[in-house]
Design a protein around this ligand. Structure first.
Ligand code: GRF
Length: 208
């Protein structure tokens, strides 16, 4: 059986990429290969992670994003993981990979998502809102921003002492768990099962 080739699209430190690399190597993601890492920034540490694991890697930003479809075809990509990628995907990529593009967002969508909600801004908004829960959402990418159907959510409690920074740190660990769960369903062809019945994982009580 041929492996399910993933492209992981990043722009920063690549801890979500590392979580997927680790899950592939320790068997939690069978039949899966990270065939390509695409960064929207040349200085992203995630590129170093790819190099360390012998994974093909390339910088694709606004200036050459029109080349993305050809690059994905060349690497026989079957699924795309957005892990912080900061360039909007061309509509022809979204339609060519419909139902096979997963994004990881550091909040409980649909709250605190959409234009302008990325990075520390998300957690600042959660803290300012006074919400007592936050977490991470893995969802299918559609033509909107953070608007595709939810697949998996990891939920944790926001403590009174939490700051945007401390919340970001806790949520990032949840992202790693949630993302691997969603990718497992993608590789097994079970995305529709999750779309119809999204998985929720409680992450409190020392799970982290
Ligand atoms: C994560 O917070 C993710 O939710 C967001 O971008 C960040 C990527 O972090 N989409 P990393 O590069 O995977 O560490």
């Amino acid at each position: 059986m041929s492996l399910f080739n993933l492209a992981v699209l990043i722009s920063g430190s690549g801890t979500n990429l590392q979580a997927v690399i680790d899950a592939v190597s320790d068997g939690r993601l069978p039949n899966t290969k990270i065939a390509l890492v695409v960064s929207s920034r040349s200085g992203a540490y995630g590129i170093e992670r790819a190099k360390k694991h012998g994974i093909a890697n390339i910088v694709v930003d606004r200036s050459n994003v029109d080349k993305l479809p050809e690059i994905l075809r060349f690497h026989n990509i079957k699924g795309i993981i957005l892990a912080g990628y900061l360039t909007i995907l061309p509509p022809d990529v979204v339609s060519a990979y419909e139902g096979k593009i997963i994004n990881i967002h550091p909040a409980l969508l649909p709250k605190f998502g959409g234009k302008g909600f990325y990075g520390i801004k998300v957690h600042q908004a959660v803290i300012e809102s006074g919400d007592k829960q936050s977490g991470a959402t893995a969802h299918i990418v559609d033509c909107g921003i953070d608007t595709g159907p939810t697949l998996v959510q990891g939920i944790l409690s926001v403590q009174n002492k939490d700051t945007a920074e401390s919340l970001q740190k806790k949520v990032l660990e949840v992202e790693h768990i949630v993302l691997v769960e969603a990718i497992r369903a993608l590789v097994k062809g079970e995305i529709d099962i999750l779309i119809n019945n999204p998985k929720t994982i409680r992450m409190d009580k020392g799970d982290l």
